[in-house]
Design a protein. Structure first.
Length: 669
């Protein structure tokens, strides 16, 4: 008989204890004889040099263990929002989740974030209250926090025997008799059993009717209904544990086997075009690439979740996302950093394909005879940008190749040259994300300095104006003659039109005038920044049958524009961003006060339980250090996203500083 399979994501806020819990689960299942420590860099999950150096997860660790004839794969995801690609990929590839919450810190922004992601995929989950052995651990306070903050029915399945250094064990809320527990725990046990019973019967109409009629429901029947509810994701049990001491971990492991759904039990899978697949080994093969990494020795590794069917070495698979076929020569499973070759990958398995350049994060693989494409992994836009300056010519030559490797691994990074400033810009989800990327570049032999990027200011006009531009030159033979009158008006976008009548300027010269206008708009009158939102009309002019030419009218168009713009109240513009900040509500005053110092226009505040989301419009120049500043402001409990929103007038006192700095730089250069 084929063993049951469970793929479980381990997710939560940074520092909640996910990796320590994963180590404890490996020990409890006999997969390890001794747990590694994050502080020592000896855990199975955090095995890269960067993770060992920083002491936190950067990528999703894949861990395999077996308990009671059930194969469990743990996907230990990072906690920092900067590594959202790993977090969402790890949750998406799983069938169920352990949401890890610190018994000291309680619900944090990262908790809310992964809970919402699990909700999006209707994922069954168990709440693991970790660090019960720590000073200031408080089970009941955090339980109340969970009930208020998280969407859905949360109930304690186990109670702790003691807290902090006195945490010695757990009590099964359904199974324990009040006579079997210490006297001071009996009231809490009765209350917890009542709350759990209420939560259970609310998931079963038949039980609810009997319960309301006063019928006593037996413990075994309640337990069976409890496991069905956990399996269906209609009840979220809370289990107190200590990853350091292992207390509560065996009980959690049993609940994972009994209550969390298997890969085959998640139900029919639906593709973008409505096609369906059964998540069983004998269905047509389909899989999704949920993570890509590049190993310095093995090369490119594509981590796949097999959703249906069976994949074997040499099988042709269609990458339906990109329309190309791939043929993996070898198949692997992974645990920690160890790859083990296997003869097949069946539905419900996490596997690794190597040396296939046409595979990217989010791609769907399918049987070519039965193609299907699943919805892609949705990732947010980058929120933090740095400018890169290679230290040597050799670094400059190697940068493009090294960055291509990083971008292959991490689609949430962006790398491009800013056309206005000429700077090489690296954008990521936060300052930590870009810092890790720069460290990876150094590991690839490319050393760069990072600086705050220049702001791509623009210029525009705030009044209408007219002027003439005449280019007349005679130097023997044919001369040069072009003459045009332009009217400039403020507007949205850039527009060019002709109002010339009577053939004062032949139509063949209008495109040349437009090119001259574009030349002049590329360098505004105030500080030389590109201009925008100017509507230009050619109103009049003259020409010469012999001396007029395209070049002459292009020059005349540029002259006329420069002459007209001086009287059109030129103004300096700065780029602004739409900012969304999520943080515990206790920081609301600090957030608003900080935003006011950044010249922000707060648009709204949306409270959700203990968390608040603040939306504001903020100048780009005021957000260049926001990633680190928000971490300091909220004790690393805030998260944010930004997107470009356009341009606005730069205040006059700031515009003067920018113009002076720009002119000084031009004079010095």
């Amino acid at each position: 008989m084929e063993r049951a399979v469970r793929i479980v994501s381990v997710a939560g806020h940074s520092g909640a204890g996910k990796t320590t819990l994963s180590e404890a689960l490996l020990v409890a299942a006999g997969a390890l004889t001794r747990a590694g420590r994050v502080e020592d860099g000896t855990t199975q999950s955090d095995h890269t040099d960067a993770e060992k150096a920083h002491g936190f997860s950067i990528s999703t660790g894949v861990l395999r263990l077996t308990h009671r004839d059930t194969d469990l794969t743990l996907l230990d995801t990072p906690g920092y929002a900067d590594f959202v690609r790993e977090i969402r990929g790890g949750i998406r590839a799983a069938d169920s989740a352990l949401i890890v919450v610190s018994a000291v810190s309680g619900v944090e922004v990262g908790t809310e974030r992964v809970w919402a992601t699990a909700d999006r995929f209707a994922m069954p989950r168990v709440v693991v209250m970790s660090k019960m052995d720590r000073d200031r651990a408080h089970f009941h306070a955090v339980l109340a926090d969970l009930r208020v903050s998280l969407k859905g029915p949360v109930a304690a399945a186990f109670l702790p025997l003691g807290e902090g250094p006195d945490f010695q064990g757990v009590v099964d809320v359904l199974g324990a008799s009040p006579d079997e527990v210490p006297g001071d725990l009996r009231p809490a046990l009765r209350e917890a059993r009542g709350a759990l019973t209420d939560a259970i019967v609310e998931t079963d109409d038949a039980l609810m009717n009997r319960y309301l009629e006063g019928e006593e429901i037996g413990t075994e029947e309640l337990r069976a209904a409890f496991l069905r509810a956990v399996h269906a994701g209609t009840l979220y049990p809370v289990v107190p544990v200590s990853g350091e001491t292992g207390v509560g971990v065996p009980e959690l492991l049993n609940l994972m086997v009994d209550g969390l759904r298997s890969a085959q039990e998640r139900g029919v899978l639906t593709g973008l075009d409505g096609q369906t697949r059964e998540p069983v080994p004998d269905a047509p093969a389909s899989a999704r690439v949920w993570r890509v990494s590049v190993d310095p020795f093995v090369g490119k590794l594509a981590y796949i979740r097999v959703w249906s069917g069976t994949v074997r070495p040499g099988d042709t698979l269609r990458n339906t996302t990109r329309g190309v076929d791939v043929k993996p020569a070898h198949l692997y499973v992974v645990s920690g950093k160890e790859l083990t070759e296997v003869p097949e990958l069946r539905a419900g398995m996490i596997g690794v394909l190597t040396k296939l350049p046409d595979l990217h994060t989010g791609d769907t693989l399918a049987d070519p005879a039965n193609p299907i494409e699943y919805d892609p992994l949705v990732l947010p836009d980058p929120a933090h940008t740095v400018a890169l300056f290679p230290k040597t010519r050799q670094d400059e030559d190697r940068l493009g190749t090294a960055m291509a490797r990083l971008l292959e691994e991490d689609p949430t990074l962006r790398f491009a040259r800013e056309p206005q400033t000429g700077e090489l810009l690296l954008a990521g989800m936060g300052d930590m994300h870009t810092a890790i990327a720069v460290e990876k570049l150094a590991g690839l032999g490319v050393n760069v300095e990072t600086r705050t990027p220049q702001i791509p200011y623009r210029e525009t006009i705030r009044a209408s104006s007219q002027a003439q531009g005449k280019h007349k030159k005679q130097s023997g033979g044919h001369g040069q003659y072009g003459d045009c009158h332009l009217r400039l008006d403020p507007g949205t976008g850039t527009a060019f039109r002709s109002e010339v009548v009577g053939g004062a300027i032949p139509g063949k010269y209008l495109p040349s005038i437009e090119k001259g206008v574009a030349d002049a708009m590329g360098k505004g009158p105030l500080a030389g920044y590109p201009m925008q939102d100017v509507h230009v009309a050619v109103t009049h002019g003259s020409y010469h049958d012999v001396d007029s030419s395209d070049l002459a009218f292009r020059t005349a168009g540029a002259l006329a524009f420069r002459n007209a713009v001086e009287g059109a109240r030129p103004t300096l513009l700065e780029p602004v961003m739409q900012l969304r900040v999520r943080a515990p509500a206790q920081f609301t005053g600090d957030l608003i006060g900080d935003l006011q110092t950044r010249r922000a226009r707060v648009q709204g505040m949306e409270p959700e339980g203990t968390v608040i989301t603040v939306t504001a419009v903020v100048p780009q120049s005021e957000l260049q250090t926001y990633s680190a500043d928000l971490r300091s402001l909220t004790g690393d409990r805030g998260a944010f996203s930004v997107k470009p929103l356009g341009y606005q007038d730069l205040p006059e006192h700031l515009a003067k500083k920018v113009i002076e700095a720009r002119r000084s730089a031009a004079a010095a250069g």
